[in-house]
Design a protein around this ligand. Sequence first.
Ligand code: TXA
Ligand code: MG
Length: 320
Amino acid sequence: MAAPAAAATLKRGGLVAFPTETVYGLGADATQAEAIARLYRAKGRPAFNPLIAHVADLAAAQAIARFGPQSLALARAFWPGPLTLVLPKAEGCPVAELATAGLETIAIRVPAHPVAHAILTALGRPVAAPSANLSGHVSPTTAAHVASDLDGRIDLIVDGGPVAVGVESTIVSCLDGPRLLRPGGLPRAAIERVLGHPLARVVTDEHADTAHPLAPGMLASHYAPRAAVRLNARSVAPGEALLAFGPAVLPGAADAAAVLNLSPRGDLVEAAAHLFGHLRALDRPGITAIAVMPVPMEDLGEAINDRLCRAAAGREAEQT
Ligand code: TXA
Ligand code: MG
């Protein structure tokens, strides 16, 4: 069993990549500032970007953050699962300042993956874990993706097979009323059903992010393949690869440089699970542009479109 070895490595201050139900995470013991510093270095991530603390259960979360009635209702409804809550830090919170980038708030989640749960239980401390990719690359959904980005830079990769959800957790802040910071693996409608009212979205703009890291992982360039990404494609131009969705065949598709389909039957859950793997597979030498078919905005489509827009914006930012 890999969990005791993973927990021992974390306890020594080591870096361990492990599966969660959303994407693979790169974990460090959240209470050890030096381990967190090594984690930022391994990812090549700007140090102002705060990390999510992963814990085994609600009781462990209540030891590091202050819950109110709404955050408690959300935690009870959706943990373990793909929901991250941003809450005020509890007094005496042992999480290193570096992990929260010096904020008075902390992002917490209880992952639903059995391997993640076993590691968190064995360690008995919060684990700070961003997605286990180099900064600027798409999030890894298999252990092979992790290895291709981070092999030689980290201590251990725990292979739990391909992840189930495929996009990162939904982030909701509960500070002065619940707000959606990042659409993700838990659809907005499910959260609104528990709250009993619509959830406001905080749209973070790239420049505002840099000055005030509300959710700096939301930088427009965060999910940038090297190839240019063209959204809402109704046809494929010569030389482009095609990221398809659904059964329709676009004009020009037969001559595409490569074709991958997020979900031939148009299923959004399947599409989320394939999103990052397909983007990685199409982002290879010889392919300079990826045409992406429209994906509907409902359900997990909100998170899928959010990541696709970032993939497209990242390339524009790089060109300017
Ligand atoms: O599904 C996930 O959430 C994955 C798996 C590994 O758990 N993790 C993940 O972590 O996506 P990362 O580091 O790639 O994204 C964390 C996001 C960033 O946008 C960060 O800015 C935001 O959470 N965040 C962390 N702490 C915050 C805080 N106190 N206030 C606002 N945003 C915060
Ligand atoms: Mg990430």
